[in-house]
Structures are given as C-alpha cells and as structure tokens.
Design a binder for this molecule. Structure first.
Ligand code: GH3
Ligand code: MG
Ligand code: MG
Ligand code: MG
Length: 323
C-alpha cells in the first residue's frame, strides 16, 4: 500500500508524548564545585536519575555513551571552558540531539549569550531557585522526548514509503526514483548496468490451489532467496503483485545472466514451504534480462526491453532466463 505525503506529515503524537510530565529523565550534571552539585543533585534526584561528572572531558565521553535526556553544564568550571564542552556536545553525532541546560553566574551573561548561539537550549543563573530548576528541567525533557518521537515517526514513514510491506524489499516507487540515478552513474562512469524483471510462473494458480495466504508465503520466501543471491549494491524491488525487478550496477550481460540463472535454479530447485511449513509447493520463475545499451539511454526503454524478454521467456515455456 502506498503511503501519501499527507499521512507522513500528519502523524499524530502518541498520547503518552502529549501527557508526558517531563519527570523520570536521565540527567548528566557537569559541575566541579561540590557545594553546587550536591545541592543540585539532591533537588533533581526527587524526580530524575542524576549522574554527576566534575571532569568535562569524562563528561563528554559519558554523554556520548550514556543515553541522557539532558545535560546540565556549569559554565564556571575551574580549569575548563564549559562552553567548549557545550559546543563539542553539539558537534558529536551521539550527543547532538541531547538538550543542554547551562548554569552560570549572573555576571557571566556574555558567555551565556555565546552559549545560546552555539546551541544551549536554556539556562539558569545562580543562585538557583529549586522550583525554577525543576520546571526548566521538566520542559527540556518533555521537549526532548517529543522531538525523539517525531524523529522516529519521520524515519518510520520514510521507510514505509520506500518499502514493500509484504516482502521488505524496496517498492516500485523507490526503484523508479533510483533507477534513473543508477543509469546516469553507469553512463558517466562508462560502467555496465544490468536489469532483470522476474515473474513467478502461474502464480494465480498457486493462489487458486493453496489460498491467498500461501501465495503471500511464496512471495515472502521468494524475497528471501532474492536477497541471498544479490550483492549489497544491487537494488531489488517488488515491482508489482508477483513481479520483481533487480538492478545490478557494474554488471555486464554475461555475469548478470549467470546471476539470473542461479536465481532461477534456486527457486525451481527447492520447493517453497507454505501454511506454516505443513505444505511444500514447487515454484518456478521466468526472467527477462537486459543491460543499458548506450550512454544516456532512457530507463523506460531499458525496462521495456527487459519486459519484452520476459514475455518471450513466458512464451517459450516459462522457468527460463531470456535476454
Ligand atoms: P504467468 O505465468 O503468465 O505469470 O501467470 P500468473 O498466474 O503468474 O500471472 P497473472 O498475472 O495472471 O496472475 C498474477 C496473480 O498474482 C494475480 C493476483 O491475484 C496475484 N497477486 C498479486 N498480488 C498478490 C499478493 O500480494 N498476494 C497474493 N497471494 N497474490 C497476489
Ligand atoms: Mg502475468
Ligand atoms: Mg506470473
Ligand atoms: Mg505478472
């Protein structure tokens, strides 16, 4: 099923994200003054799990490893610029999305401003008010959880939009958007590009004889066998119901022909388990194979040629590769 961009944009937040209290966070407090961090840690421990690290270099390491919801950084560390730590945390992949709450002396407002410029999310001035500290921490943690949730949703939506749900292979839309790029790359680099269309033989009668679920089992197992027989740089997609396309960069007709033949044999040679393994059925496929013929050739023409070859494979008796 195709997912529309409307659905992607309209993922509603889950109830838990909306109702989140911002409590129960994991916080790393970077502060080297004992009187200061003991008080802050005591206040925060009422609602969160809190680790204290006085050494900023260690702190960065913990921040990258520790899966924290929030970093609280004192900007008046003894032998270290707290701002430097903030900017390092912003540039590291593992800590880039972790919010930072800075703590500074009131007279340190210039450094605070620089902190906000490099991505500190919020700040508190000493002396720190207990209620304000708890409130600002909750806000940061709530926001952190919400943006994490959105990021996951976007990632899932993108994956759903380019993946065929039944087989886990790429879908037709993804293949079509990438085939042009792959063909262009092959043209400019002077490398060959092979493309094959695979179609399961008499698939309709598999459905008719064993049921639609058995047909689905065959499609899933077929995808597993396809994945096993291609390389990481090859692109396999479910092109239609029981039709698949494999694009093989840097592969000439001869090599692609061997791959196709090996795949054909791996299908015909080993019956497919359906109905939870209680039944095994023989499956064959036909393959139409072609390569990019000249530089800049339209991908529609390549697909058409593969489809014509597939038609001949069917016409000549199925369970064969035609190029
Ligand atoms: P041929 O050898 O000529 O390819 O014959 P065929 O029966 O495989 O081809 P045809 O195009 O007539 O039938 C394809 C069938 O695939 C029809 C359709 O119901 C079935 N089909 C398409 N998508 C799915 C699916 O997701 N699951 C199942 N179980 N069947 C599907
Ligand atoms: Mg057909
Ligand atoms: Mg078929
Ligand atoms: Mg078909």
């Amino acid at each position: 099923r195709a997912i529309t961009s409307l659905e992607i944009g309209m993922q509603a937040p889950e109830r838990s994200a909306v109702a989140d209290t911002g409590k129960g966070g994991r916080i790393l407090l970077v502060d080297d003054r004992e009187s200061s961090y003991e008080r802050l840690a005591t206040i925060l421990a009422a609602e969160h799990t809190i680790d204290v690290e006085p050494n900023p270099t260690e702190a960065l390491f913990h921040a990258a490893e520790g899966n924290y919801d929030l970093l609280i950084v004192s900007l008046d560390l003894n032998n270290f610029d707290g701002l430097r730590l903030c900017s390092q945390a912003r540039s590291l992949e593992r800590t880039r999305h972790v919010p930072i709450l800075a703590i500074a002396e009131a007279e340190n407002s210039t450094r605070l401003l620089r902190g906000l410029e490099i991505g500190v999310n919020d700040y508190l001035l000493r002396p720190i008010d207990k209620t304000e500290l708890l409130a600002r921490v909750r806000t940061q943690i709530r926001r952190r959880r919400y943006t994490d949730h959105l990021r996951d949703n976007v990632q899932n939506s993108i994956e759903m939009a380019i993946t065929d749900a039944l087989t886990g292979l790429h879908n037709r839309r993804y293949m079509e958007s990438h085939l042009a790029t792959l063909a262009e790359q092959a043209s400019t680099r002077g490398k060959p590009l092979a493309l094959m269309i695979l179609d399961i033989d008499y698939f309709k009668s598999i459905n008719d004889n064993y049921g639609h679920d058995a047909g689905d089992d065959v499609l899933r197992e077929f995808a597993v066998r396809v994945r096993k027989s291609i390389r990481g740089i090859d692109l396999a997609c479910r092109y239609g119901g029981e039709e698949f396309v494999i694009v093989m960069p840097e592969t000439d007709l001869h090599v692609a022909g061997m791959v196709a033949e090996r795949l054909r044999r791996s299908i015909a040679g080993e019956p497919f388990a359906v109905h939870k393994g209680t039944k095994r059925i023989e499956v064959t496929i036909s393959i139409g194979l072609t390569t990019l013929e000249q530089k800049g050739e339209a991908v529609a023409d390549v697909l058409k040629r593969a489809d014509t070859a597939l038609y001949r494979a069917k016409h000549d008796g199925r369970n064969r590769v035609v190029s």
